[in-house]
Design a protein around this ligand. Structure first.
Ligand code: G3I
Length: 336
């Protein structure tokens, strides 16, 4: 049964970020990590090391970032990321092996028959996971394969191999690193029962064929009032009830839409954002322990958020502001 808890409506007084966020929870607290920022920005580096015990590579391990010619790989950045993380004692969450975006530029021009495409898919998974076998806690094997209506998203793999590509991907991943947990990662399922149902049906099909999948990543790029909290909570429990781990894999909470509508000053919206973060984390905390894989924030400071654009220059969905001051959302989570 799902019980909505943690909706305390309070103002969060400024707090210091001397206490590490990772120690405030019984499950890992992760962050999307971008080595380029760590190199040029010491505050980014300090916070990502001090507050987070699990790192997801935000971009440097996507296929398009590691392969510039067919079947050849450029490992410099990915290797450096992995070794920095392991030296710092971080858990590693792999992101992502198969995604219809950030694919190599050469991929659409690759020439092969169906068997050749299958070999390419398998070889990519084997090459990347195999290089880091035993080092990653888990991988997002496939990212965003389903559309909002539950059909499979058109992509090169669906085109070349049909729906079978999804089965091939998880089969190869399980074979390559038997210790790593295997996730399917997507957005919008927290507010879309049709999409969730389609994904869970496909999980059943994988399992019926004896192919392993361990968990679902809900990206959770959400807003202050969307989606509805009870609906999100129900999704968390539906996934746990399906004997799957749940990863809130890319959490951020946008305020830009409310700001644009004039529904409060930035500081008022940040208080609401703090309550919203607290609600999400409380709902997640109320899951059975065995279902909690962890929560990952999609960035450290607002200044580098993927949501900060020319159209939304004040968008600020994360826990630290542009000057690395902890926001009310950080204070809410540390006092959870
Ligand atoms: O690395 C190049 C750099 O050389 C170049 O000078 C610069 C100029 O624009 O672009 C740089 O690449 C950018 C890359 O991030 C690294 O910063 C790309 O343009 C930019 O498109 C890319 O955006 C990333 C996006 O995925 C790509 O689709 C975001 O940082 C990243 O946060 C975002 O993450 C995704 C998850 O992987 C999957 N779920 C959705 C989430 C948000 O879109």
């Amino acid at each position: 049964m799902f019980v909505l808890i943690g909706c305390r409506k309070a103002d969060f007084a400024p707090c210091s970020d001397h206490t590490s966020l990772q120690h405030a929870f019984d499950f890992p607290i992760g962050v999307a990590y971008e080595p380029a920022y760590a190199l040029s920005d010491s505050s980014y580096r300090v916070i990502s090391h001090y507050h987070f015990d699990q790192w997801t590579p935000e971009n440097v391990m996507k296929w398009g970032a590691i392969s510039f010619q067919p079947e050849t790989y450029q490992w410099t950045e990915a290797d450096a990321f992995v070794s920095t993380a392991l030296q710092a004692g971080k858990k590693l969450h792999g992101h992502t092996l198969i995604w219809y975006r950030q694919e190599p530029d050469w991929l659409p021009f690759y020439q092969a028959d169906a068997r050749g495409w299958e070999q390419l898919l398998r070889s990519h998974i084997r090459t990347v996971m195999g290089r880091y076998r035993g080092m990653f806690r888990a991988w997002d094997v496939v990212n965003e394969a389903f559309l909002a209506d539950g059909r499979l998203r058109p992509c090169i793999w669906l085109d070349k191999l049909g729906p079978e590509y999804l089965f091939i991907a998880y089969e190869e991943a399980a074979k390559t690193d038997p210790q790593a947990l295997l996730f399917y990662n997507d957005f919008g399922m927290e507010d879309n029962p049709a999409k969730l149902r389609a994904v869970l049906r496909w999980v059943d099909q994988l399992r019926a064929r004896g192919i392993r999948i361990d968990g679902i990543g809900l990206q959770m790029h959400i807003q202050l009032y969307y989606p509805d909290a009870a609906r999100m909570g129900k999704t968390f429990f539906d996934i746990a009830d399906h004997q799957l781990l749940l990863h809130l894999s890319e959490l951020d909470i946008a305020v830009g839409d409310q700001l644009a509508k004039g529904n409060g000053s930035l500081s008022e919206l940040w208080q609401k954002q703090a309550n919203r973060y607290q609600t999400v984390v409380s709902m997640y905390s109320s899951l059975p322990r065995k279902s909690q894989y962890g929560i990952t924030l999609w960035g450290v400071s607002d200044r580098y958020s993927w949501l900060r654009t020319a159209d939304q220059p004040q968008e600020s969905p994360l826990l630290w502001d542009d000057e690395y001051q902890p926001k009310p959302a950080f204070c809410a989570l540390i006092s959870n």
